[in-house]
Design a protein around this ligand. Structure first.
Ligand SMILES: CC(C)=CCC/C(C)=C/CC/C(C)=C/CC/C(C)=C/CC/C(C)=C/CC/C(C)=C/CC/C(C)=C/COP(=O)(O)OP(=O)(O)O
Ligand code: 1GP
Ligand code: MG
Length: 228
């Protein structure tokens, strides 16, 4: 399956973290719909190309989630570009994007570029700090961002980012009811199959990240409950 709108489960691998060849084989052959390569710090062209070349031994679709201009490299199936809707600094919403497009616009295959409307709701996460997100939001704020993503900006993806901590189910449920055309990605704190199953009831796609590096077996177990 290649179309990201159909993905139910994805793993996010951090180029700045070590993963053994055996663990990477298990992730890529797990039955997940795709592997996203991305992280908020220490992402370089070297560790990105290294991880891409290792993942490419497998057939799983592979996405670069761009966190800085310097580590963009050809060879991914898609380029996911975050725009942090709740950032207080326009650089993280459109500013860095304008700079990148001015410089590399002629190289962009627009069919491979997919914009993610990020709403970062864990104020302690690295991503929130880096992108200067106003993350202490109430549920109505988050729902407003979700509606904005779909109806105003017509973004392909709304990404509710709890990075590092498990989210509030009622909010995830409510977000799912306001999104129809925009795909709803949920990420943050999924550590076992029960948590994966719960969030996958409401999100179109769940993103499993850090647990890969803490408990590989638990990470792998999140695939089957979501994909069947
Ligand atoms: C040659 C070639 C292939 C050309 C292609 C050209 C192309 C695709 C150009 C792209 C143009 C473009 C629009 C680029 C955007 C540039 C850019 C830098 C945008 C900013 C992105 C952004 C807002 C980043 C903020 C941080 C963020 C939201 C990162 C996402 C990843 C994330 C949340 C990871 C989780 O954090 P983690 O590191 O795992 O944290 P822990 O360590 O705590 O777990
Ligand atoms: O690492 P975790 O907490 O699983 O979060 C996944 C992803 O949303 C991070 O960008
Ligand atoms: Mg992480």
């Amino acid at each position: 399956m290649f179309e990201y709108q159909e993905w139910k489960h994805v793993f996010k691998l951090d180029p700045n973290k070590e993963i053994t060849p055996e663990a990477l084989d298990q992730i890529c052959e797990s039955g997940t719909d795709a592997v996203i390569v991305g992280g908020s710090d220490g992402v370089t062209i070297e560790n990105t190309v290294d991880l891409l070349s290792r993942i490419r031994k497998h057939t799983v679709p592979c996405v670069l989630e761009i966190s800085n201009i310097e580590s963009i490299t050809p060879g991914f199936d898609y380029y996911f570009v975050p725009s942090v809707l709740n950032s207080q600094n326009p650089d993280w919403i459109v500013g860095l994007h304008k700079k990148a497009i001015k410089e590399y616009g002629h190289l962009i295959n627009w069919d491979e570029l997919v914009t993610e409307g990020y709403c970062i709701v864990n104020p302690d996460s690295k991503a929130a700090k880096l992108s200067e997100a106003e993350a202490d939001l109430d549920n109505e704020d988050v729902l407003a961002y979700a509606k904005m993503a779909e109806h105003m900006f017509r973004l392909p993806i709304f990404y509710l980012e709890y990075s590092g901590t498990y989210g509030e189910l009622d909010l995830v449920k409510d977000v799912s009811t306001v999104l129809n055309k925009t795909s709803f990605f949920y990420g943050g704190g999924i550590k076992d199959k029960e948590q994966a199953r719960t969030m996958a009831q409401f999100a179109d796609t769940i993103v499993v990240g850090n647990i890969i590096y803490e408990d590989l077996e638990a990470a792998i177990s999140t695939v089957k409950v979501v994909k069947g």
